[in-house]
Ligand binder design. Structure first.
Ligand code: ADP
Length: 513
């Protein structure tokens, strides 16, 4: 039953159903799935962004540690090699301390603590940082405490030492160590990531702000304590002037837009394919109609010619007038035959790209008159009222006379073929600026508006030859168009069903090539 129903549909309808079921349906499912995965990606992107921030923070911490480790190695390490129990040790140390302070402006103070009684406060801080394992380096040599102390337990306390330490000045810690490292890391981050500006605030355990570029406008994306030895510091990271949701939405919209674009391109491709296939199918159908139409076109004049020549040959016609009439029919039918064959041959030359034109300077009025005279018998015989308005003083045109005559003749044949009760044809020619216009109008059956563009296609016949009973090959107008265009001219049609049809050929007076 389904097969029966499908069989009744036109090729275009079948293709449309095929596209709907076979392409659009899976495409819609795919689009929906993509929408879902884009929405899921939106959340993943958020997570990935936070991970990125966390990584960035770790890098900042490592750089700060490295910086402090270098300072400790340069200033505290040499103390470990000094003979602190020797008598000159105190003087040597004083000299060393002065030296260090001179060459390290970031150091506020440098000292050695030999016992817990020495420098009560610093020693307590040292002990606390050691218990908290606030080591600066992988070798666990240096400690960092309270955001300003660097300690170095002297290797051998028997040599008279205990702990060496430096006190860093506050400006260095804030502006150089924290702000400098973060700014460098931010610059590097923005140079490598297409991310909106990031807002960071670092504060110590008393909520005293150590660094802040700008407050985050929306939510804080990452709030965490830094790793040891900076674990008493807290970082808050967000975005300066947008939110992650807005960012994710933007990126979602961009991806969805791209998917939509692909969809539109795909659909346009499908529509174009359907149209091309439809056109091919129409052409194939038209070709098969052509064969049956053209055989009829050839057979009708041939049988008339053989019929009347046989009657004449038998000598049964005594009436001279009748005889002349029969001769005329034979001549007319052979001319018609000739024309059909000419059209077919010309068409095959055009298709093979072998059609050539010989342009000569010609008088258009004369060319039209000649064509009219060859159609006179037909006009009179079929009872047509033919109006002509062809001024004698038309400027000469550069044309292939035979080709233009063939074009006009094809249009006149159609005017005759497609007229019913009102048999009126008018032919006018006139100069319009730099062109000559030739107008051929009839008051015949007319051409539906939707078909008007197609009638110039090869093999095309309105209603595919099934609706109207007039036989034809469907080549006439396609030849006319080819000829006119070879002259760099144009052909247009105005028509109303039941009212009539007017074809207008415009040919340039000067041929440009
Ligand atoms: P055909 O051999 O069928 O006449 P043409 O290429 O000359 O082929 O014309 C194509 C179709 O255009 C015709 O089949 C006919 O339907 C339509 N047509 C052409 N000229 C006229 C006209 N003067 N009046 C009405 N229909 C026309």
């Amino acid at each position: 039953m389904l097969r029966g129903a499908l069989g009744k549909l036109s090729l275009r309808q079948k293709l449309t159903i095929l596209v709907l079921v076979g392409v659009l349906l899976p495409l819609s499912v795919l689009t929906y799935m993509q929408y879902r995965s884009l929405a899921a990606l939106q959340n993943t992107t958020k997570g990935a962004f936070k991970d990125n921030l966390r990584q960035g923070l770790t890098i900042v911490e490592q750089q700060m540690k490295k910086r402090l480790e270098n300072i400790a190695a340069q200033t505290l390490n040499p103390i470990g090699n000094m003979q602190l129990s020797s008598p000159d040790a105190a003087a040597e140390l004083e000299k060393y301390f002065a030296n260090v302070k001179r060459s390290h402006p970031e150091i506020e103070d440098i000292f050695v603590l030999r016992s817990s009684g020495d420098h009560q406060i610093s020693f307590t801080v040292f002990e606390q940082s050691r218990t908290a394992q606030s080591f600066l380096d992988d070798n666990r040599k240096y400690l960092f405490a309270e955001g300003k102390y660097l300690f170095y337990p002297l290797p051998d306390p028997t040599k008279g030492g205990g702990v060496a330490g430096v006190l860093l000045n506050e400006r260095f810690v804030n502006q150089d160590l924290v702000a400098g490292t973060i700014t460098r890391a931010l610059n590097l981050y923005h140079a490598n990531h297409a991310s909106p500006p990031i807002a960071i605030t670092v504060s110590d355990e008393n909520n005293h702000v150590l660094y802040s570029n700008v407050a985050a406008k929306n939510e804080v994306l990452l709030e965490t304590n830094l790793d040891r030895p900076f674990s008493s510091w807290k970082a808050q990271i967000g975005l300066q002037d947008t939110s992650l949701d807005a960012l994710a939405r933007d990126s979602f919209l961009r991806s969805a837009g791209a998917a939509l674009l692909v969809l539109i391109i795909l659909l346009s491709g499908i529509v174009l394919t359907i149209r091309a296939t439809d056109r091919e199918a129409r052409l194939a159908q038209a070709k098969s109609n052509f064969v049956s139409n053209v055989s009829h076109e050839l057979k009708t004049p041939l049988s008339l010619i053989s019929l009347f020549s046989e009657i004449l040959e038998l000598g049964r016609v005594n009436n001279e007038e009748k005889k002349t009439e029969y001769y005329r029919i034979i001549r007319h039918e052979s001319r018609r035959l000739n024309k059909t064959i000419d059209n077919i041959l010309d068409f095959s030359r055009i298709e093979a790209g072998r059609k050539t034109y010989e342009f000569v300077k010609a008088d258009m009025a004369e060319v039209i008159e000649n064509v009219l005279s060859t159609h006179r018998y037909q006009f009179v015989n079929s009872g047509f009222d033919v109006q002509t308005n062809i001024p004698r003083d038309l400027p000469p045109v550069f044309i292939d006379r035979d080709a233009i005559a063939q074009a006009i003749s094809n249009l006149l044949d159609n005017a005759i073929k497609y007229s019913r009760t009102v048999k009126q044809i008018s032919i006018t020619a006139e100069r319009r600026d730099a062109e000559v216009a030739i107008d051929i109008a009839d008051r015949g059956i007319g051409i539906p508006r939707a078909e008007q563009a197609k009638i110039f296609e090869k093999f095309y016949r309105v209603g595919n030859g099934l609706v109207h009973d007039v036989k034809g090959s469907g080549l006439g107008l396609s030849l006319v168009k080819h000829i006119v265009e070879a002259h760099q001219g144009t052909i247009s049609v105005e028509s109303d069903v039941g009212v009539g049809t007017r074809f207008t050929i415009l040919l340039p007076l000067e041929k440009s090539s």
